[in-house]
Ligand binder design. Structure first.
Ligand code: SAM
Length: 286
């Protein structure tokens, strides 16, 4: 196995046969078989000798190998312990790979990553928990400055959406508040074994030095976003009422923020949500 590029149809088929692997759908196990795709992910992650990179879901090691080939120090998480006998074989010659057999959502990442290095994070994310993993990492204060994630194209389109479009939503704002996001490439189902049902997209998500808009209280900002997208059909005045803002405060908040309350929350930019959040904050604290 030493010389083989793991992200290759024949090699993956061989590994699957040799180890009698039955890909677990409920764990989102779809293994990459395109060398150009794993190389593109590794390149987008801006790796180099001893750059620390965390991978989520090593699988049989296809992407892990590409990350390690850059000379980076790879710490990979894999929930499925039964893959240990596979990974200890496919990646046995790499001294710069450390695999942790744990649920990444439960792992003590603060301790594992420490606080004296600037980490990257790369993954072909398990589709069933893409959003929880993504949000828990970008909203954490972990020392990760760059994420390169493969996800369903549908989710990527929501992250990249513009205000007023059908894909624009709370997820768009949650990611873009703390990060910038750009599309690296779209990948068809034929790039995996087994084939997923959907097209995938690799996004490069970079943490911002400071949030995209400044707000006096982040919690109020995200409460308003929730109101705006929770009931997309409602005009914003009604969404604010349902969200528990006292009815007699609403005209004043809207006026101060210079927002027409007959608009729907799904049309507001982040700046407009920020103005509303600050006007609400001022009302609370007057
Ligand atoms: N990196 C491999 C590749 O690209 O070919 C496998 C990617 S596969 C889409 C996702 C991997 O994540 C699976 O191996 C799955 O077992 C693992 N996984 C699923 N949930 C996980 C979790 N909560 N923590 C860590 N790994 C997880």
């Amino acid at each position: 196995m030493l010389e083989a590029n793991l992200a290759d149809r024949q090699v993956v088929q061989y590994v699957i046969r040799r180890f009698g692997i039955h890909a677990k759908h409920k764990l989102g196990q779809n293994f990459l078989i395109r060398p150009d795709v794993v190389a593109a992910i590794a390149e987008a992650a801006e790796l180099g000798e001893h750059v620390p990179v965390m991978e989520i879901g090593a699988g049989i090691g296809t992407l892990t190998q590409a990350l390690a080939e850059t000379g980076a120090d790879v710490t990979a998480f894999e929930l499925d312990r039964s893959l240990e006998r596979v990974l200890s074989h496919t990646l046995e010659h790499y001294k710069n790979i450390h695999i942790i057999y744990e649920d990444v959502l439960k792992a003590d990442l603060k301790t594992i990553l420490g606080d004296d290095k600037d980490w990257r994070c790369a993954a072909n994310l398990p589709y069933y928990i893409t959003t929880p993993i993504l949000l828990s990492l970008i909203q954490s204060d972990l020392p990760i400055s760059l994420f390169v994630f493969m996800m369903q194209k549908e989710v990527a389109d929501r992250i990249l959406a513009k205000p007023g479009s059908k894909d624009y939503g709370a997820l768009t704002i949650a990611v873009n508040f703390d990060c910038t996001a750009e599309r690296v490439l779209d990948i068809p189902p034929s790039a995996f074994i087994p084939r997923p049902q959907v097209t995938s997209t690799v996004l490069k998500i970079r943490r911002r030095e400071k949030s995209a808009v400044e707000v006096k209280d982040r919690k109020l900002f995200f409460s308003l976003v929730k109101m705006g997208f929770g009931q997309r059909r409602k005009v914003f005045t009604n969404a604010m009422k349902s969200g528990g803002i006292p009815a007699d405060w609403i005209p004043e908040i809207l006026e101060k923020a210079d927002i027409d309350g007959k608009r729907r929350g799904e049309t507001f930019s982040m700046e407009e949500y920020a103005r509303l959040a600050d006007a609400w904050y001022d009302k609370i604290h007057e």
